[in-house]
Design a protein around this ligand. Sequence first.
Ligand SMILES: [Zn+2]
Length: 114
Amino acid sequence: MHEFSVVSSLIESCEEIAQHNQAEKILAIHLDIGERSGVNVALLKSAFEEFKLGSLCEQAKLLIQESKVELTCDSCHQSNLANKLDYTHCPCCGSEQVKITKGNEMLLLRLEMK
Ligand SMILES: [Zn+2]
């Protein structure tokens, strides 16, 4: 499952950051998951519960905010949240010259460590 590899690399990066900061453990992990990141939040959470055991993240809380897709338009130069599930047209002028500029990735926002 895709989420398993996402979680295992997430835990690895958290442990690296913790070691760099001489932290003993990680208390909370703040994530931003884009609507179009391809990550299923429910699966991610359950994979995390399994993978965290025995790691520095064992007692960490996973705090997730979900972000909407934002489109930036080359025709009218506006950035807007996409209309529901339409990622190919500018919500402002209807142009197809749009790029997804937010909401297509998962970001590690912040770690709380001790
Ligand atoms: Zn536009």
